[in-house]
Design a protein around this ligand. Structure first.
Ligand code: GLN
Length: 312
């Protein structure tokens, strides 16, 4: 292993140990009832290098749903399906400073266009742009794309989480009907939401996230197979959104404390990367008040400081 990987492997358990107590300060998301079953004090991480070496610690084998992390990859698929001009005629490029599920600013910019594709309003709009003749076909294309990116043919949905969100997702329904009213969403609102809820419920572990992140770190090529999976320009767009909006209204703080492109989800996952070098997957279900993994953010902060990984 490389000298850096050796030192990571050696120190990772200790870094994880010091971040673990943070979990007690957070709460597991419960607005999707099924998510509240997640283990409060879990914390796991996997790092995967472009040369195929990996380091893992803690509950890296925990399986959890991608939730908002999926938004990065549906954005990329929508860009591959429609091109930049079409996608950005429906969704903006600016951070909001509001919560991920806020409707607050939907009335503010050019009527009804969501600020960015990382908040729910923007991501639901993006889901509506995925090519396919039915919701089933769209979902199938998304799952297939995610399998390729994770190098894992077994990726599938957690139907319990999917149903739980679909049964209770009234806020996302409100957002969607508002977008429909403003002509941003076309098609049947429930069908668009079905595609969105499904990709949010795709189950992964830290190794899956690390592999997907490594493709982004490597500008769209999976360095382990040599296959180009995403055009470089779309990776650039995705990484920029991750940096400016990926941690919602804590993205500025994360940029200062960690300094890497990242995307979080309410199940406690974080996908992040060190450009050209590492893909990283983290999980810690207890969240801070911005909806990001409490212990997960702390752990990434420690590692980034210790190894001087900030891009800035
Ligand atoms: N499926 C979740 C929702 O729409 C995703 C949100 C998140 O992970 N922050 O509320």
């Amino acid at each position: 292993a490389s000298p850096e990987m050796k030192s990571i492997r050696q120190q990772l358990p200790r870094w994880l140990e010091t971040s673990l107590p943070c979990a007690t300060r957070g709460n597991v998301a419960s607005y999707i009832p099924e998510l509240s079953k997640a283990p409060h004090n879990a914390l796991g991480i996997t790092l995967l290098s472009a040369t195929g070496e990996s380091a893992s610690a803690g509950d890296c084998g925990l399986r959890f749903t991608m939730q908002s992390i999926s938004k990065v990859f549906t954005l990329i698929l929508a860009l591959m399906d429609n091109g930049e001009d079409e996608v950005f005629s429906k969704v903006g490029m600016e951070p909001t400073g509001d919560n991920f599920n806020s409707m607050l600013k939907l009335e503010l910019v050019r009527p009804g266009i969501p600020f960015n594709p990382m908040i729910n309003a923007g991501a639901i709009t993006v889901s509506s742009l995925i090519r396919g003749s039915s919701p089933e076909e769209k979902s199938e294309r998304i799952l297939h794309f995610f399998k390729d990116l994770a190098g894992n043919d077994r990726l599938d949905y957690d139907m319990g989480v999917y149903r739980s969100e679909s049964d209770t997702g009234n806020l996302n329904r409100s957002i969607s009907f508002f977008l429909k009213e403003n002509g941003v969403l076309s098609g049947d609102v429930e069908e668009v939401l079905d595609v969105y809820f499904r990709h949010c419920s795709i189950v992964v572990d830290c190794a899956d996230l690390a592999r997907m992140a490594l493709v982004l770190a490597s500008n769209g090529t999976d360095p382990l197979t040599g296959k180009q999976l995403i055009p470089r320009r779309y990776v650039q767009i995705a990484k920029t959104f991750m940096t400016t909006c990926g941690m919602y209204n804590a993205s500025g703080e994360f940029a200062i404390q960690v300094g890497l492109p990242a995307k979080s989800g309410v199940s406690g996952g974080i996908l992040t990367l060190v450009p050209e070098r590492y893909g990283i997957g983290v999980v810690g279900p207890a969240l801070n008040d911005k909806g990001n993994s409490y212990a997960g953010v702390h752990l990434l902060q420690t590692i980034s400081r210790e190894l001087d990984w900030s891009m800035f």
